[in-house]
Design a protein around this ligand. Sequence first.
Ligand SMILES: [Ca+2]
Ligand SMILES: [Ca+2]
Ligand SMILES: [Zn+2]
Length: 381
Amino acid sequence: MLNRKILTLTVTTGIILSALGGTPKALAASTTSKWEEVTGKYTKAKGIGHFGDTRILHTTKANNQYYLQDTTRGVKIVTYDGQNRDDIRPILWRDTDKKFYDAKDAIAVDAHYYAGVVYDYFKEKHGRNSYDNKGGIIRSYVRMGDFADALWAGSGILYGNGNSDDGIQTRGFSSALDLVGHEFTHAIISTSSKLIYKNESGALNEAIADLFGTLIEHDSYNKKLTKKKANWNFAEDVYVDGKTFLRSMNNPASAPLSINSGYREPLIDSEGKIHTHYPDHYSKLYKGTEDHGGVHFNSSIINKASYLLSEGGTHYGVNVQGIGKEKVGKIYYLAATEIFTENTNFKDARLGLEKAAKKLYGDNSKEVKQVQAAYNAVGIK
Ligand SMILES: [Ca+2]
Ligand SMILES: [Ca+2]
Ligand SMILES: [Zn+2]
């Protein structure tokens, strides 16, 4: 029943269930009172994820079982089993022989391992200790039954098993590192700028989540943690066909609108304008009430600007010289955690990013000029 409820909510909100959309009551109750905990001995174990990579897992040994509880990062990182039940009774994911090698383990292995990768990225690159910068417990919750989505639910990340709804086969939603990073970034925003999940501030929230998910994917590839080449598409690893993706940061129009369950073609806004592709310019902004005011749609305008700022290019006749992923990460991180506020809109976002770039690189730096160029290119002036 609860799964059904979550499913209904996520169908209307797209890929995440936001703070504004609300957390299902039963889930909120179980996150505060029923998350299982164990005390025991720190132990390294191994597991195999969705793509066959063997991962080192940090676990806790207790009662001759090995639990997915990593006490080496922040307070801890824990991964729970939803047991494909209709109600929520999270128990720690466990194994008896330290080898999380069964096919059913893959979703838990990837969730647990990638939570650590994401934690490490923000610690190393931005000095942040977990999403709240206080070492907050990172909870992942997998085996949610027939539920094809991932979401940040206020106190944990929930990953669906995947299914073949809409004729498109999806695998466990913890399989995509960019998606794991995306949900974790929502958690960071929820404890810092608190961008309201509606209209432009909500789309900005979505875009920042896409950006860090993608930067983490690239960082992971550079560190050789994964063999799969990094890219600027989003959530592609979830799709079994190997070619579908949810969104594209470099070429928003290349992602099919129909994939995101929040949008059905044609998307018609309150001014009667028909939207057939994700927008890459402010003149293509969706104005309407679907999906909290198009938060997973209008985010593509910011996504394109973020991509241009990193990699460069000419867009609508405006040339942008890329400053690279490291600097883009620093500028957006500073803006998202210290400059943006709950109501920051796209124009404020440009100003906030300029401010961040000035603080980091100087008032007349090329970085500031390229922030301006990237936002000029997508029509945000
Ligand atoms: Ca085993
Ligand atoms: Ca990707
Ligand atoms: Zn999201």
